[in-house]
Write a protein that binds this ligand. Structure first.
Ligand code: UDP
Length: 359
């Protein structure tokens, strides 16, 4: 099947392209390379059936680029200024608000008009800053307009609404929970594990924020991580099955366990009940670094920023009688659990830092 992936040169996008190509699909990837990198596509470009254009998602439907998207049976919309750290800067919020909001309407409409299925990358951040356990049929706890961080979740929520309003019946928004692994950006506004690994690879102190909210034994945040390959496999399976049947069962070999068997429009994708505190995560990174002869210190910093009341682990959510929402628990033991994710992410950063030094 012909598939379009926006944000193809990004962290999840590049792994998704490989996953789709490995399963025999033809993939047209687009990325404006604002945060994505061609290096991420080295493996994908060597595979049969892959083509790429340096394009903004909004240009995809322009007449001169039509050849790229025409005939696509499925569009994955992953292009976005990703990561809370990145989007929380005021200067990136403006671009994020206008571009991502507009693209999400444009692509949802294009898919509906052209009989294509549509998968939108969303985020667990949409649950907002909520100290309580969240039931899925409750209203969300979004932030105030003067919070740059809140803009990230508000735009993703908007994109979900755009999908449900303008998109085809065969569409699904996937809310990711702390996807991690090689190619994720680190100190430059990326995820915490990548940041810790980049710090370690550079022999810098690993910075752990103490939130002190009493949720965890050591006062630091808790997150459940999802291996990027599981995230890519889940995206592929969801996309392949959209619009085919009202009911679906995910194959267990995809590393994904199913909690409901009804076709969802919104999916939560993450590890269930296997969270780790940020202090323990930092210690794991430090100890993996020590094994390759790098000594780093773990520094705990009192965090003056956002209170960390986010629903960072799926265990903070509670299922409700709502067929629209579903949770996929990712089997983390498949790839060696959190230790495996830490090891691969650190290896990536060790080689990345080495390459940067020789450039
Ligand atoms: N965090 C940390 N040190 C850092 C960056 C982040 O301890 O240098 C913590 C942060 O307070 C949060 C967790 O790591 O508890 C996850 O942060 P991230 O930005 O990766 O993702 P999100 O908050 O969106 O889950």
């Amino acid at each position: 099947m012909k598939i379009v992936v926006t944000g193809a040169a990004g962290f999840i996008g590049s792994h998704l392209c490989e996953e789709l190509l490995d399963h025999g699909h033809e993939v047209f990837g687009v990325d404006d390379l604002s945060t994505g990198r061609m290096e991420n596509l080295e493996k994908a470009t060597r595979k049969e059936g892959f083509s790429f254009a340096n394009l903004k998602a909004s240009d995809l439907t322009e007449p001169r680029w039509k050849g790229g998207i025409e005939g696509a049976k499925l569009v994955y919309h992953l292009a976005a200024h990703i990561g809370v750290g990145h989007v929380s800067k005021r200067e990136t919020v403006a671009a994020y608000l206008s571009e991502h909001a507009a693209d999400s309407v444009l692509l949802a409409k294009w898919c509906k008009a052209n009989g294509a299925a549509y998968v939108l990358a969303s985020t667990s951040e949409v649950y907002g800053n909520n100290p309580c356990l969240v039931r899925e049929n409750e209203w969300l706890h979004v932030g105030p307009s003067d919070s740059a961080r809140a803009a990230y979740s508000v735009v993703k929520l908007f994109a979900e609404h755009a999908m449900l309003t303008y998109g085809p019946e065969a569409s699904c928004a996937v809310r990711f929970y702390n996807v991690a692994g090689p190619r994720q950006r680190g100190l430059d506004g990326g995820g915490v594990l990548a940041k810790f690994c980049e710090q370690a690879a550079n022999r810098m102190a690993i910075t752990v924020y103490r939130i002190g909210n009493g949720y965890t034994e050591d006062g630091t945040g808790e997150r459940a991580f999802t291996d990027v390959r599981d995230a890519a496999a889940a995206l592929r399976v969801i996309g392949e099955r959209l619009g085919k049947t009202a009911f679906m069962v995910l194959p267990y070999d995809s590393g994904i366990n199913m909690y409901q068997q009804q076709m969802p429009r919104i999916v939560n994708l993450g590890g269930v009940g296997n969270g780790i505190t940020m202090l323990r995560l930092a210690e794991k990174v430090a100890s993996a670094a020590r094994e390759v002869g790098i000594e780093t210190v773990v520094t705990v910093i009192e965090d003056a920023g956002d209170a960390d009341n986010l629903i960072g682990a799926m265990k903070r959510r509670e299922a409700a009688d709502n067929a629209n929402l579903i949770a996929y628990g990712v089997d983390q033991s498949k790839w060696g659990g959190i230790d495996g994710i830490v090891e691969r992410t650190l290896w990536y950063w060790l080689s990345e830092v080495k390459q940067r030094e020789t450039r």
